[in-house]
Design a binder for this molecule. Structure first.
Ligand code: PLP
Length: 448
């Protein structure tokens, strides 16, 4: 019987850090009685099975209204389709409406979620082992994982309370160059970063684009949470400010529609000149990578999301206002409960940031908040969360907790924070904890 030592497999599979997505999703299953602040799963209270067929029908109706012949509609939905997708026109209209991003459909590739968009972009842009990805730290585990699976070295750039400092990015890029390497791209989430909840101020956005041009790298802008801001507080996306075409925008419908669709998109309007002189967009050129990763994105998922976009007049900002209000109420509930349990001026040693939207905030505690601590919290106190160390790229966050509040109702949040307060009080008395080294059980899903 063929068998393997784990160590004989690819480094990305061997690396225990690559388990973090699974560990976070597994927490809810392993501790079913715990209230979970550990994931970033979107609110699912409004889901309705009949919406799936409604939106597919809506998309088919839309194609008919546009005069697409019946046989072609049938083929589009049942056959292998164009690699870059079916619904780029709808996404282009949405980007114009929601984000003031003005790109042609040819600059858009429909992907299997953000995750495939990241894999495709990284595969195309990184050509040598000396090409380095700079990434905001702490960062979403999906980007580190995508880079790891492609053997792309990642260097973290620590963010502050207002996200990445462009000056620090410039200095890091120069330091990388001084080592004889090249920064090929910078990854960040300018709006409500996962895990920290930070938002990059407007002036820093402009400055970051200048730094990208000066230091000659591509910006990978990941924006799944931008719609969940308070009214009037949305910042312009980097892509909408991108007059020099430095930005490749990585979108996801996981939070604006639903994650089960596994649909996202990549916006790459940069020009690529082929040896024949033919000029195509980077999105069109990268379709070679997409073809080899997934052949194409599910036509069914595209029909559902296409119908959703058409039905809402390509205006997801308006379509998600009620959803945004749900998340903002939850955020406010977490903040109020934290205030209540850890009053200002107390000697509890607990602090937190106050994001203005998104799904997450960071709690600082006076003890080591590692996986062992989280397991004790979930098992003995009935509340789970995510250790911030999971998201730091070069160490850090040992005494920090990520609280994800998107999928807990306000009452559950109040109860959860009360339980968390009991755990934090006891753990603060006990001092530091350590993580036992044992493999996590096999659970195939991932949501971080
Ligand atoms: C920062 C960030 N990017 C992207 C995503 C969504 O990725 P996908 O579209 O692959 O589900 C998430 C989901 O948790 C996220 O937090």
């Amino acid at each position: 019987m063929l068998s393997f030592d784990l160590a004989s497999l690819h480094a990305g599979i061997v690396d225990p850090e690559m388990d973090s997505m699974r560990i976070l999703s597994e927490t809810a299953l392993r501790f079913p009685d715990a209230l979970s602040f550990s994931s970033g799963a979107p609110y699912d209270g409004n889901h309705d099975l009949s919406a799936l067929t409604f939106y597919i029908d809506r998309y088919i109706k839309h194609l008919r209204e546009r005069g697409v012949p019946e046989a072609r509609i049938t083929r589009l939905l049942f056959q292998y389709g164009p690699v870059n997708g079916l619904i780029q026109d709808e996404v282009a209209l949405m980007l114009k409406r929601d984000e003031d991003i003005d790109v042609p459909a040819e600059a858009i590739m429909i992907t299997h979620g953000f995750q495939e968009a990241a894999l495709v972009a990284l595969r195309g842009l990184f050509t040598s082992p000396d090409d380095v990805l700079l990434a905001v730290s702490p960062a979403y585990v999906g980007i580190r994982g995508a880079a790891r699976m492609l053997d792309i070295p990642v260097r973290g750039v620590a963010e502050g309370p207002e996200g990445l400092d462009p000056q620090t990015v410039a200095e890091t890029a120069r330091a990388v160059r001084a080592e004889g390497k090249r920064v090929a791209a910078l990854y960040l989430v300018p709006d409500f970063n996962n895990p920290s909840g930070t938002v990059l101020p407007r002036a820093a956005r402009q400055r970051l684009l200048d730094v990208a041009a000066e230091e000659d790298f591509v910006v990978l802008e990941d924006n799944p949470y931008g719609l969940f801001a308070r009214d009037g507080e949305s910042q312009p996306t980097l892509k909408s400010l991108d007059t020099r075409r430095r930005v490749v925008y990585l979108g996801s419908f996981a939070k604006s529609a639903f994650p089960g669709a596994r649909l996202g998109y990549l916006v790459a309007d940069q020009e690529v000149t082929e040896p024949s002189g033919t000029v195509r967009t980077l999105a069109q050129t990268l379709s070679k990578a997409k073809a080899m990763f997934t052949v194409g994105s599910s036509t069914l998922s595209q029909a559902v999301i296409g119908g959703y976009l058409v039905e809402h007049d390509h205006d997801l900002r308006s379509a998600t206002r009620e959803l945004a209000a749900v998340y903002l109420e939850r955020l406010d509930t977490v903040l109020a409960a934290l205030d209540e349990h850890f009053p200002a001026g107390g000697d509890h040693g607990v602090a937190w940031n106050t994001p203005r939207g998104g799904f997450f905030l960071t709690l600082t505690v006076p003890f080591t908040a590692d996986l062992a601590a989280m397991e004790r919290s979930a098992r003995d106190y009935g509340v789970s969360w995510a250790p911030m160390t999971m998201f730091h790229l070069d160490g850090g966050g040992e005494r920090e907790i990520r609280l994800g509040f998107s999928n807990l109702a306000p009452d559950a949040i109040r109860e959860g924070i009360a339980r968390l307060a009991r755990f934090v009080t006891d753990a603060s008395k006990d001092g530091a904890t350590t993580t036992p080294k044992h493999p996590a059980p096999e659970i195939p899903e991932g949501q971080a």
